[in-house]
Design a binder for this molecule. Structure first.
Ligand SMILES: [Zn+2]
Length: 116
């Protein structure tokens, strides 16, 4: 198996549970909650967005019936933006180091801190 390297460059500022707006692709303009974040592929899955047909094989031991399933597909991080809970707009998010050394995410539009 190929070795997994930690992603370089920009840190991933999206967390599970955040609300994001989709900026590109089939579901452009939609917003939803982040279900999962894949730091290796730098992709997120967003609730009710980018629905794909997933073909699954039946696996009786895991009680999986098999067939075609609707499932959220991954969207690249560059195609989504966090919706700021304080100003309600999609915004760029920055990381700020607080005086006590902890990192906080903040909205670049209204400068409010995001929890998490
Ligand atoms: Zn804001």
């Amino acid at each position: 198996m190929r070795q997994r390297r930690a992603p370089e460059k920009h840190p991933i500022l999206i967390r599970r549970g955040d609300t994001v707006k989709i900026m590109a692709g089939r579901d452009k303009g939609k917003s939803g909650r982040v279900l999962s974040v894949d730091p290796v592929k730098r992709r997120v899955t967003v609730e009710h967005a980018n629905i794909i047909k997933k073909h699954t094989k039946p696996n009786p031991s895991k009680n999986i019936r098999g067939g075609i399933l609707d499932k959220e597909g991954p969207i690249h991080l560059s195609n989504v933006m966090i919706v700021c809970p304080s100003c309600g707009k999609h915004a760029r998010i920055g990381a700020t180091i607080l005086s006590d050394g902890t990192k906080a995410r903040s909205c670049r539009r209204c400068h409010a801190a995001l929890e998490g």
